[in-house]
Design a binder for this molecule. Structure first.
Ligand SMILES: Nc1ncnc2c1ncn2[C@@H]1O[C@H](COP(=O)(O)OP(=O)(O)OP(=O)(O)O)[C@@H](O)[C@H]1O
Length: 301
């Protein structure tokens, strides 16, 4: 069975800007994959190439074993691009019906509108809709061919709480493959099986949500350096990824602050000034980009 999505050494240059710098990515059928990364990391460029809306400078993209544009035409691929323009003068029902009409076996229009929570918008003119309502219509267009691969670029942008919940409910309900870009770790956490972390056009980490959460959502445990400042002993504590001793303070980078703290208190009885801090996502991204790629798959991928 072909993979849902396969990118092989994909590079994209815009003049002097390298947007993608050698991306290899395989998504198997049935996976829900979140693409995370700071602004300018290359998420939209990657997704645009994956769905055939942008040609790569070099490398190859395939959707279900076909060139992405073919897969789109065959109704295998549904796309919600970032900031896609919509025709203003038509009614929602006409627009969704016209797009569904491009496919061989589209689901009934009512089902598509319902799935995107756009039924109540059916008779409205697209140009008069609010930003969040337009996003629902874009989602309906992505669902219109009942695709096997759904690619969503920041799908919840502009949606209210109810709209976000409805969108994720629909993604969960579907049996196909979904790849989505988001800035929200919480969305990746709740809805993805796997997270691909991008920075500066490269994949810097790729693995199950829990492993990435540890990596980017870890913390730091600090305390006054005293008898417990032996770095080798500290490095052996559960969760610890790095040890720094500076100006009389020990700082432990950890993927599991609770486990590290428990072991620390059990191992040393002269601890003073113990504090824990969470490392924020942006800090984690910055520190990850300066290091080697993190393989969290145990070589499985
Ligand atoms: N048409 C273009 N011309 C020149 N540079 C571009 C173009 N499109 C993207 N870039 C650059 O490529 C890089 C990757 O951009 P991209 O939009 O893919 O990032 P992103 O991760 O989606 O960012 P964001 O989170 O802000 O949406 C950025 O440096 C961007 O400025």
């Amino acid at each position: 069975m072909p993979n849902a999505l396969e990118l092989t050494d994909v590079r994209k240059r815009h003049g002097p800007v390298t947007a993608l710098d050698g991306i290899d990515l395989t998504v198997t059928e049935g996976e829900t994959v979140a693409l995370l990364g700071p602004n300018g990391a290359g998420k939209s460029t990657l997704l645009s190439i994956a769905v055939g809306l942008l040609p790569p400078t070099s490398g190859r993209a395939a959707v279900l074993g076909r060139p992405p544009a073919d897969a789109r035409r065959a109704g295998l691929l549904g796309v919600l691009p970032q900031e896609a323009g919509l025709l203003d003068d038509v009614r929602v029902r006409e627009l969704v019906a016209a797009v569904a009409g491009l496919y061989d076996r589209p689901p009934p229009l009512a089902a598509t509108l319902r799935a995107a929570r756009a039924e109540d918008l059916a008779d409205r003119r697209v140009g008069r809709l609010s930003g969040g309502q337009k996003q629902r219509v874009r989602f309906a267009l992505a669902l219109a061919g009942d695709p096997r691969l759904l690619v969503l670029d920041e799908p919840t942008a502009g949606l209210d709480v109810d709209g976000r919940r409805a969108l994720w409910q629909e993604v969960r309900r579907r049996t196909g493959t979904t790849v989505f870009a988001t800035h929200y770790l919480a969305e990746a956490d709740a809805y993805a099986d796997r997270v691909v972390l991008l920075a500066r056009g490269r994949v810097i980490a790729d693995g199950p949500v829990e492993a990435i959460k540890d990596l980017v959502g870890g913390g730091e445990v600090r305390f006054a350096a005293g008898g417990a400042a032996d770095p080798a002993r500290l490095r052996a504590l559960p969760g610890v990824r790095g040890v720094r001793v500076q100006d009389g303070t020990v700082a432990l980078r950890t993927g599991d602050s609770d486990a590290t703290l428990r072991a620390l208190f059990a191992a040393f009885d002269d601890l003073r000034d113990v504090r824990t801090e969470r490392v924020d996502l942006e800090d984690a991204f910055v520190s990850l980009t300066s290091g080697a790629p993190a393989d969290l798959t145990g070589g499985a991928r």
